[in-house]
Design a protein around this ligand. Structure first.
Ligand SMILES: C[S@@+](CC[C@H](N)C(=O)[O-])C[C@H]1O[C@@H](n2cnc3c(N)ncnc32)[C@H](O)[C@@H]1O
Length: 226
């Protein structure tokens, strides 16, 4: 299994995740290979976007998945949920720590600084994520979320929702990866063992930038859609 330094998530790990995904009991369908392909195109395109992970994930999501009921688990200040809401998604944050939205963000398409009015809100569930909360959503996102990766996969199994996970630290999870196996590989392996189709993709931001997608019941955009 691949090893990696804390700050470097290299090709070796990505390739290992592709191998793990290929072992999924469900055959890889066209939808998942599409994710893989576009992930690498975007990475080449977005060399300078290293700081804007919420904007990059927002852009990736709207390009690949039709608007749906989405929860950003461990969503922090809620910028990703806010951006999805602006794009017509029904977005909530689930995070035990209530935080206010930031007052501005950078629009990566125009380069402009965009203000968020103090009156703007996104629905916020102020509690740790528990599997049963998944039944209210079509897509569960965990970007560097704590205590939630395994529960998100369990919710996907139970309720048929999709997920996008960027597993980062092993905090409050029910198991640790074995020696020599990364947490990412361990999470991907767990999803595959449960019979879920999963695929890695990569965004160009600093830190743990490899995501795992399992579309579940989400409607995926076709490759040739505008
Ligand atoms: C490292 S921060 C990531 C925040 C944000 N997603 C980002 O990428 O910057 C981890 C977040 O997980 C939240 N968290 C901690 N335990 C949690 C749990 N059991 N369920 C959901 N969120 C949790 C924390 O409050 C925090 O906002």
């Amino acid at each position: 299994m691949a090893k990696h330094r804390d700050t470097e998530y290299g090709q070796e790990l990505y390739d290992s995740l592709k191998r793990i995904s290929a072992g999924a009991p469900l055959p890889l369908d066209g939808r998942l290979s599409f994710f893989l392909e576009l992930g690498s195109v975007r990475e080449r395109e977005l060399r300078k976007m290293k700081k804007f992970r919420f904007q990059l994930l927002h852009r990736w999501l709207v390009e690949h998945i039709r608007p749906c009921r989405v929860a950003d688990i461990g969503g922090g200040k809620g910028l990703l949920a806010y951006l999805l809401q602006q794009s017509g998604w029904q977005a909530s944050v689930i995070d035990p720590v209530p935080q206010s939205l930031p007052d501005k963000y950078k629009d990566i398409a125009s380069g402009a600084r965009v203000r968020i009015a103090p009156t703007e809100r996104v629905p916020h569930i102020d509690s740790p994520f528990e599997t049963h909360l998944g039944r209210h959503f079509d897509l569960l996102i965990g970007m560097h979320a704590h205590g939630s990766n395994v529960k998100v996969i369990d919710a996907a199994l139970q309720y048929g929702c999709g997920f996008v996970l960027f597993p980062c630290c092993v905090i409050d999870e029910p198991f640790y990866p074995p020696l020599g196996v990364s947490w990412l590989e361990s999470v991907a392996g767990y999803a595959v063992q449960q019979g879920l189709a999963v695929q890695p993709f990569r965004l160009n931001f600093k830190g743990q930038n490899i995501g795992l997608i399992s579309p579940g019941r989400c409607e995926v955009r076709m490759k040739d859609e505008g």
